[in-house]
Design a protein around this ligand. Structure first.
Ligand SMILES: [Fe+2]
Ligand SMILES: [Fe+2]
Length: 292
C-alpha cells in the first residue's frame, strides 16, 4: 500500500541519491550563464579525466561516423555541441537515477532518460524555431532535468498506477501530478525541487523542475524558460514518449502563447528534429557501452 511521504522521509530519499559530480555541477553553472564562452566548457571538460574520456568516446562512436578520429577536447566540444557535452556529463554521474525502472509509473528502465532527452531536444528546438529570446542550450539542459523528481517518488508510488488512473478518470480537473500528491503527499515537482536544492542547481533549472507543469507559477524572470520546457515536455508526450502511466491528461497551459510563438508548422518541424536528433544522440551514447 502506498503511504504519504513525510518531509523527513523526502529528505532521506534525497540524501540517498549520489551528489552530481563537481564537474557536472560546474558545467550546469557555466552553461546557465547566457554570456558564457565555449572555451569555458572546453576547459572544464579538460579538468575531468573521466569526462574527457567519455566525450572522446562519444564523438568517435559509430553514430557520428567520423572518417578521422578526434583526439582533442576542443574539437570534440565544437563538433558535438555543448548540449551533448551536458548530456554526457549528467548521464555519467546521474545515469543510474535516469535509468531507474519507474515501477510507480509502470515505466521500464531507461524511459525517464528517453523522455527527458526528447523533452530537452524539443525545448531547445521550440526556442530556436520560435525565435524566443532564450538560450537554446539552457532550454536543453532544463529539459533534460525537468522530471528528475519521478526517480525519487516512483518507489513510493509502486502499485498505485491503477488507483491514480481511476482517480483521474473520476475527476475532470485532476492530472497525474495531482494524483501523485493525493496518493503519496508529494508530487514529482516537489521531490525534484528538493533534489535540485541538494545538488545546488542554478535557480532557473530549479524553477523548471518545480514549475514545468504550472509555468504561470514560476518566478517571472524564469517564466519564458519554464514555458519552453513545458512545451518541450508536451511535445515529447505527444510523440508517444512519456514515462508510463503519467502521460494521461497532460494539461497544456494555453498562456504559453504569451511567451513562445509557435504554430502548427513549427510544431511539425520540432517533432521531426526531435526524432532525428534523439536517435543520433542516444546511439552515440549507447555506442560507448552505456545505455541509450
Ligand atoms: Fe513532469
Ligand atoms: Fe516530463
Amino acid at each position: 500500500m502506498v503511504h504519504k511521504i513525510n518531509p523527513a522521509e523526502l529528505q532521506k530519499t534525497v540524501s540517498s541519491v549520489p551528489m552530481i559530480s563537481a564537474s557536472a555541477s560546474r558545467l550546469l553553472q557555466i552553461t546557465s550563464q547566457p554570456d558564457h564562452e565555449v572555451m569555458d566548457v572546453v576547459n572544464l571538460v579538460k579538468t575531468d579525466a573521466n569526462l574527457t574520456a567519455r566525450v572522446l568516446k562519444v564523438v568517435n562512436s559509430a553514430a557520428y561516423g567520423l572518417v578521422n578520429q578526434i583526439s582533442s577536447v576542443d574539437r570534440a566540444v565544437s563538433y558535438l555541441g555543448q548540449q551533448v557535452i551536458v548530456s554526457i556529463a549528467i548521464e555519467s554521474c546521474a545515469g543510474e537515477l535516469f535509468a531507474k525502472e519507474l515501477s510507480g509509473y509502470e515505466a521500464v528502465g531507461g524511459d525517464l532518460w528517453k523522455h527527458d532527452l526528447r523533452a530537452a531536444i524539443a525545448a531547445r528546438e521550440v526556442v530556436i524555431q520560435s525565435g524566443a529570446d532564450l538560450s537554446p542550450d539552457l532550454a536543453f539542459t532544463a529539459g533534460l532535468l525537468h522530471d528528475i523528481g519521478k526517480a525519487l517518488i516512483s518507489d513510493y508510488l509502486r502499485g498505485s498506477a491503477p488507483e491514480a488512473v481511476a482517480l483521474i478518470n473520476s475527476h475532470d480537473s485532476l492530472d497525474y501530478l495531482a494524483a501523485e500528491e493525493h496518493l503519496v503527499g508529494v508530487d514529482h515537482t516537489i521531490a525534484g525541487e528538493a533534489l535540485a536544492k541538494a545538488w545546488q542547481l542554478p535557480p532557473e533549472l530549479t524553477a523548471v523542475i518545480r514549475h514545468h507543469h504550472q509555468p504561470s507559477q514560476a518566478e517571472e524572470a524564469w517564466r519564458p524558460l519554464v514555458y519552453a520546457v513545458h512545451l518541450g515536455d508536451s511535445i515529447a508526450m505527444m510523440g508517444g514518449f512519456g514515462t508510463g502511466s503519467d502521460s494521461m491528461r497532460y494539461k497544456l497551459d494555453p498562456h504559453y502563447a504569451d511567451f513562445i510563438q509557435i504554430n502548427a508548422n513549427i510544431l511539425a518541424n520540432v517533432m521531426l528534429v526531435v526524432d532525428t536528433e534523439f536517435n543520433k544522440l542516444s546511439e552515440g551514447l549507447s555506442d560507448t557501452g552505456e545505455k541509450s
